[in-house]
Ligand binder design. Structure first.
Ligand SMILES: C[S@@+](CC[C@H](N)C(=O)[O-])C[C@H]1O[C@@H](n2cnc3c(N)ncnc32)[C@H](O)[C@@H]1O
Length: 283
């Protein structure tokens, strides 16, 4: 048996912002999204992002704010907002400011702003000054960042009654590991390699010459959670450049409870590979 703690066995990791924060990396990520994302390839996945609308129409009775966290150019929020009244205030927040600005331009809102944030350390400050009900969105972000601390941080910033919609990429079956191995090809492909290799090249301190290797590992902070990783392998070291967690629905629901959020609804795609949760800050 290996007696080392899990975090010691894993390789050092890139901060996720290093994959997205420059305009050119943002453009390369968008190419990956256009070529590989199930959201664009499968209408049933796109529909997930409008399904919460009828319930939200009942919950959002007056003026509300929409806080779009890690929204990129706001494609998914735009779909939802087609079915909702225009928010009184819209904040688009992402580590990539040019993408956040694009989201703020395209999304409806009586007042709008865009800002650069690092969700691993803080949330945008205007949130705490808002008085009306806020609807937060967090789409496509949970797989890349440590999920439970992130959900806790967001929940702490929410006021009573505020709503959080978030998505997760799931692994089918009881254990995420076999499911994650089956969909490795969604990650190990030329556009994703091109994006991640560009991120490696621009990273400082410079990494030694090496190659990308994709595989499935346990999350270093939660051993029963499957994580697809792209590691930069060089003769002397391995660095985890990218990771995407593939929880089961049960694991996501444990995080919701641990973050002291209440699950209002869950919308699951027919293949069981992606879901959107509507949650609310408990009293
Ligand atoms: C996989 S993309 C998802 C984008 C979009 N929400 C969607 O679902 O299509 C992850 C997004 O999170 C942003 N992001 C990654 N790390 C971040 C961080 N530490 N703080 C804030 N945003 C981050 C990226 O810039 C990117 O827009």
């Amino acid at each position: 048996m290996n007696s080392k703690p899990a975090h010691r066995r894993s390789s050092p990791e890139f901060p996720t912002s290093a994959l997205y924060s420059s305009p050119s990396l943002g453009r390369l990520w968008k190419k990956v999204h256009l070529a590989c994302s199930p959201f664009l390839r499968r209408p049933s996945v796109r529909r997930l992002y409008q399904k919460p609308a009828p319930q939200l129409l009942k919950l959002l009775r007056g003026p509300y704010s929409l806080i779009a966290l890690g929204c990129a150019d706001g494609t998914k929020e735009a779909l939802l907002l087609k079915k909702l009244p225009k928010p009184a205030y819209l904040l688009a927040a992402d580590t990539n400011l040019s993408l956040a600005r694009r989201a703020a331009r395209r999304l409806p809102g009586l007042k709008k702003a865009a800002c650069q944030i690092d969700l691993t350390t803080h949330l945008p400050s205007p949130i705490s000054h808002l008085r009306r009900l806020s609807l937060f969105t967090l789409y496509g972000v949970l797989p890349n960042l440590d999920p439970l601390p992130l959900l806790r941080r967001i929940a702490q910033r929410m006021s009573r009654g505020d709503l959080l919609l978030f998505s997760a990429n799931l692994a089918r079956g009881r254990s995420g590991f076999a499911g994650a191995r089956k969909i490795l090809h969604q990650y190990d492909n030329p556009p994703t390699r091109c994006w991640l290799e560009a991120a490696v090249k621009s990273y400082r301190p410079k990494l030694p010459t090496g190659r990308l290797q994709f595989s499935v590992h346990p999350d270093p902070r939660q051993e029963n959670l499957a994580r697809i990783e792209a590691r930069w392998i060089s003769p002397r070291k391995a660095v985890t450049v990218f990771s995407s967690r593939r929880p089961t629905t049960a694991q996501v629901e444990t995080w919701i409870r641990s973050a002291r959020l209440k699950r209002l609804s869950r919308f699951l795609d027919p293949r069981g590979e992606e879901a959107v949760w509507l949650t609310q800050r408990q009293g």
